[in-house]
Design a protein around this ligand. Structure first.
Ligand SMILES: [Ca+2]
Ligand SMILES: [Ca+2]
Ligand SMILES: [Ca+2]
Ligand SMILES: [Ca+2]
Length: 426
């Protein structure tokens, strides 16, 4: 009789319709896939059953041996997310996902390729290209058992592969008035973690012996700031649209399917930047009879009825160039830098004739700004490029544009309190 050992890989694999391909690797050890092994045993002549235990490695006051269960706990959270998506669409196929976890993944560094290989991952995050990075830093911040964190970050993978996110990223926290694209992306991540787990208590364990942490109630916590620019408001709205527990202004129980359908169809193809304005516009188109109940939930977070994808009637973030080739906008640094509300303003414009265009953005109220802009075709939605030289006062870019609708995303890198710009497209 032979002696054998069973080896279990930290992978989730299923081919074909409804399939997925997820593996957990050690980014600080040449991307080796985590495994666990049974002891040697004699297979004998009859069928035999082996129950394997993946130990946590916890010794009572700290980790005293390998955290064998950690990669499998991460897979368990991801499998929960996969099952929730499949409950809305059984035909979905999940593109490959690599989860980079290590006990050496610490909350520092800047996220360069070399740093990621050394475990300097800054924070648990999705890298925009099929890779999750997850913290494993004992006595500081481990995330392998923080299912809401894992599923939040997986939610960014979902946006990337199935929907669309125009979020520009950057730091964000409670009480921030954010760029609408960032507010939606982060609010979605948090709401999604509560939706996938059916547990609105979001928890992040931290600190000495992982005994500290922070939590929030995704359904009912009072938002530090309310509005279309608040990630708190977005997460409360998305969760209340989904859940079947009536509370406050929430009398709607849509479940996940209408939310999923809106994300993978309307939101993916919308001609404005992704925000609560685009999401709700799409949701309302598919669920017109729910309008009043949707408005009641929006109203509880100080958002007026949403009339279009640009937030017309309650935001001045977009300007429409119309038939002229010039326009004026003003950015503000009042709410912070880089990714806060009104750091960026957006211009809608239409190109009639396909040719070479010069786009210029010039400050008209001083010279201390450093204007930058991005150019987007809207259908199909495509980021054509950025003009971000370090010259003060003006930014000029040349683009070959075909006829169609476009967006400009204009910001002041110097973050002046109030900078106004003339925009010309010729
Ligand atoms: Ca944690
Ligand atoms: Ca509800
Ligand atoms: Ca509710
Ligand atoms: Ca510039």
């Amino acid at each position: 009789m032979q002696n054998v050992r069973i080896c279990v890989y930290a992978k989730l694999e299923k081919s074909g319709i409804g399939g997925y391909d997820v593996e957990v690797v050690d980014n600080t050890n040449n991307d080796a896939v985590y495994t666990m092994q049974s002891s040697l045993f004699n297979i004998g002549e009859d069928s035999t059953r082996r129950n394997l235990n993946a130990s946590s490695g916890w010794g009572g006051y700290g980790y005293s041996s390998a955290r064998v269960s950690a990669p499998f706990a991460i897979l368990d959270s991801i499998y929960q997310a996969i099952k929730k998506v499949k409950s809305a669409d059984s035909n979905v196929i999940f593109p490959k996902l690599k989860v980079n976890w290590s006990v050496r993944n610490v909350p520092s560094g800047g996220g360069s390729e070399g740093e990621l290989r050394d475990g300097l991952i800054l924070t648990s995050h999705y890298n925009g290209d099929g890779n999750l990075y997850i913290l494993g830093d004992e006595n500081s911040d481990t995330d392998e058992f923080d299912n809401h964190i894992i599923i939040h970050e997986w939610g960014h993978y979902f946006e990337d592969k199935f929907s669309r996110s125009d979020s520009i990223g950057g730091s964000h926290g409670e009480g921030d008035k954010l760029d609408i694209r960032v507010a939606f992306g982060e609010g979605w991540g948090n709401a999604w973690s509560a939706i996938a787990t059916d547990d609105p208590i979001y928890f992040d364990t931290q600190g000495f012996m992982q005994s500290d942490g922070f939590y929030m109630n995704i359904e009912s916590e009072n938002s530090a700031v309310k509005g279309f620019f608040s990630e708190d408001s977005i997460q409360h709205i998305l969760y209340d649209l989904y859940d079947s527990h009536n509370d406050g202004a929430d009398r709607l129980s849509l479940g996940f399917k209408p939310i999923y359908n809106t994300l993978v169809r309307f939101q993916k193809n919308t001609k404005a930047f992704t925000s609560i304005f685009t999401f709700i516009t799409g949701l309302q188109e598919e669920n017109p009879s729910k309008q009043d109940k949707i408005n009641a939930i929006l109203n509880s977070e100080d958002i007026k009825p949403i009339v279009d994808i640009y937030g017309s009637s309650q935001s001045n973030l977009y300007s429409n160039m119309g038939d002229s080739s010039t326009s004026t906008i003003c950015t503000s640094g009042e709410n912070g830098r880089f990714n806060k509300l009104e750091n960026h303003k957006y211009i809608r414009f239409y190109i009639d004739a396909s040719k070479n265009y010069i786009i210029s953005v010039v400050q008209n109220n001083g010279s201390m700004s450093d204007p930058d802009f991005g150019v987007y075709r809207t259908s199909p939605f495509l980021h054509l490029g950025d003009s971000d030289s370090t010259t003060y006062k003006r930014e000029i870019g040349r683009y070959i544009l075909d006829s169609g609708d476009y967006l400009l995303d204009i910001s002041d890198y110097n973050g002046q309190n109030y900078a106004c710009f003339d925009i010309n497209i010729n």
